[in-house]
Design a protein around this ligand. Structure first.
Ligand code: 3EB
Length: 331
């Protein structure tokens, strides 16, 4: 029997006891996570009342921890969670090189440990919208990421992981990832051009991620939804209007969840049963955006909101989600 896996989203001092920590992401200041395990601290303000919040993966299975180059990881027979932080200044020159080296190390870790599938990556880049040598840093990140996918002979389209990419106010390039021995079924959004097919006006190298994916995790049929913003086709909509962007983002989330639910044999994922992480560019927008999300998905969903920069300068909000895992019996 497959051991259970729990996704925890919320204040980490309320963590359910008695389980093994696989890994996660902790938001809210440099000391966002004082505990053990591969938990990526992300130095962004938490906006919904808590000083800190985390997205953590817990399991009943025995966990082994290790290091591979810059990667710290924990793994079960089924899953591996890894984190790495790379200081660009010590990495030769550019964010592009740092990203390429980071993803190369990530893929080497998966290969060396025997987890063929990269399901999900969380990417946090200092100053994502700044230009380095005339090119936006998010675009440099995309070039480095794609180069590493190519070099490790992974597809650049189709079977690519779910992801998010957000900007922080400084610090290191910080990446967390979830890999598995199980397959991952990517799901695209019918309202959006696949990100890996964005035209070159958004950068010479397209972003390498899928809109969502279905995956067997801990014996459950999970849904992992990538960071989602007010993009229809390939264009950003509602520049300067955060509430219109929030509504468009919710329409995109609903569309991608519907596309996932339409898969033959897929279980149904309801919007009100997902865990949401909301990124707002401006902290002052958080209350209104969260109220709109609550109105759309109900009171039952778990929601964390942080302040972070979104990967296009005109985008003011991005929301990611996941569901289907055991979680609700926790205190
Ligand atoms: C977008 O749809 C918004 O580069 O990994 C969302 C999710 C976004 C993931 C990534 C970027 C990424 O293009 C930005």
């Amino acid at each position: 029997m497959t051991a259970r896996v729990i996704h925890w989203l919320g204040a980490h001092d309320a963590l359910p006891p008695g389980r093994n920590l696989l890994g996660g992401v902790a938001y809210g200041g440099g000391d966002a996570w004082g505990g053990p395990g591969p938990v990526l601290p992300v130095d962004v303000p938490v906006l919904d009342g808590e000083a800190a919040a985390a997205s953590l993966w817990l399991t009943d299975a025995p966990v082994r921890t290790g290091d591979y180059g810059p990667v710290r990881f924990a793994r079960t027979d089924e899953l591996i969670f890894g984190v790495l932080r790379i200081d660009e200044a010590n990495m030769g020159d550019t964010l592009e090189a740092a990203t390429r080296d980071a993803y190369t190390a990530l893929f080497q870790t998966l290969d060396a440990c025997g987890y063929p599938t990269l399901m999900r990556a969380w990417n946090y880049l200092p100053h994502i919208n700044r230009e380095d040598g005339g090119v936006e840093r998010y675009r440099r990140f995309n070039a480095g990421r794609q180069a590493a996918f190519s070099a490790s002979r992974r597809p650049l389209a189709g079977k690519v992981p779910a992801a998010c990419a957000l900007g922080t106010g400084g610090g290191e390039l910080s990446i967390a990832f979830l890999g598995s021995v199980n397959p991952f079924v990517p799901v695209e959004n019918p309202r959006q051009v696949s990100a890996y097919h964005y035209p070159p006006e958004y950068g010479e190298r397209s972003p390498t991620f899928s809109r969502a994916g279905l995956a067997r995790i801990g014996g459950r049929d999970a849904l992992l939804v990538s960071g989602t913003a007010a993009i229809v086709g390939h264009r950003s909509l509602h520049s300067g209007d955060v509430m219109a962007q929030a509504d468009e983002t919710l329409a995109n989330l609903a569309a991608v969840v519907e596309a996932a639910n339409a898969y033959p044999g897929a279980r149904r994922h309801a919007m009100d049963a997902l865990d949401y992480t909301v990124y707002v560019r401006h902290a002052a927008d958080a209350p209104a955006v969260l109220a709109r999300l609550r109105a759309a998905v109900g009171a039952g969903a778990r929601v964390v909101c942080v302040q972070a920069d979104v990967c296009r300068a005109e985008l003011l909000v991005e929301i990611e989600a996941m569901g289907g895992l055991d979680a609700k019996e926790t205190p």
